[in-house]
Write a protein that binds this ligand. Structure first.
Ligand code: ADP
Ligand code: MG
Length: 255
């Protein structure tokens, strides 16, 4: 890796009472990466993200974000990160423009709401209420709100869970565009196809421990080198390809 890490996690531990959810993990994230935190439900992904976001107390260990310690500079860290709030937290009866103005007030940012909505392909929904949006549109709007303070890093916790294949693919494009604009992205997912396509590097976390960390390609090559073979010969397409081919790539929630 060429540059200094933008996030550095060292021996991070989080206990909830007598239960230790995160057991001394260490990893670095580099500027401009899409870094995936992969693992089954309960692995400790959200706990880890929320500690880095300075929204949850750690038990022990050290975390630096852009050279700043979460212990010493949480307020300065909050200024340079974008955090995806639970969509349940959005006032359902405000329209998207009103919601963005609310956030702009919180962050004292100077973003143009329509420009922001255009970035996530929701400009024609500017006057729609949040509750009227489809699942994919809600996710795109929630990603837009992470960009309001023009952050260096954004955190996306399972942004594609529950979306249909078209909405999922279009969200991948959006995430890549944000990365190409210079923002570092940490994303959690339990969809391995998604991680393989989207992430520059991944850490696999299981029961609070990192069991592998590398590029998806290296991890696959390593497994193949052990003599691993798939049981069936793989077809050149899968059922999802059939689905996308037959139903088209258009965003279904746009009409
Ligand atoms: P993931 O996001 O990977 O699904 P979490 O970080 O949400 O995992 O949770 C990791 C473990 O910690 C789980 O066993 C979960 O039940 C437990 N946990 C999470 N938050 C709390 C909490 N506030 N109090 C007690 N246990 C918690
Ligand atoms: Mg989680």
């Amino acid at each position: 890796m060429p540059s200094q890490p933008i996030i550095s996690v060292k021996n991070l531990v989080k206990s909830y009472g007598s239960f230790t959810a995160v057991k001394g993990i260490s990893f670095d994230v580099y500027p401009g990466e899409i870094f995936g935190l992969l693992g089954p439900n309960g692995a400790g992904k959200s706990t880890t993200l929320e500690i880095i976001e300075t929204l949850r107390e750690k038990t022990s260990g050290e975390v630096w974000v852009n050279g700043m310690s979460i212990d010493k500079s949480p307020e300065d860290i909050k200024k340079i990160i974008g955090v995806q709030l639970q969509t349940a937290g959005f006032y359902p009866n405000l329209n998207l423009t009103e919601l963005i103005h609310l956030f702009i007030g919180l962050y004292q940012s100077e973003v143009d709401p329509i420009e922001l909505l255009r970035k996530v392909n929701l400009e024609d929904k500017a006057k729609s209420k949040f509750k009227q949006l489809s699942g994919g549109q809600k996710q795109r709007f929630s990603i837009a709100t992470t960009l309001i303070n023009k952050p260096s890093i954004i955190f996306l916790d399972e942004p594609t869970t529950g979306l249909d294949p078209q909405a999922r693919r279009n969200l991948w494009d959006l995430i890549r565009e944000i990365r190409d604009g210079g923002t570092t992205i940490i994303i959690t997912t339990h969809y391995m196809d998604e991680a393989e396509i989207l992430c520059d590097r991944v850490a696999i976390i299981d029961s609070g421990e990192i069991i592998a960390i590398d590029t998806p390609n290296h991890l696959i090559d390593e497994l193949v080198a052990t003599g691993f073979e798939k049981e069936k010969e793989v077809k050149k397409a899968n059922l999802e390809d059939v689905f996308i081919q037959r139903t088209g790539k258009a965003w279904r929630d746009e009409s």
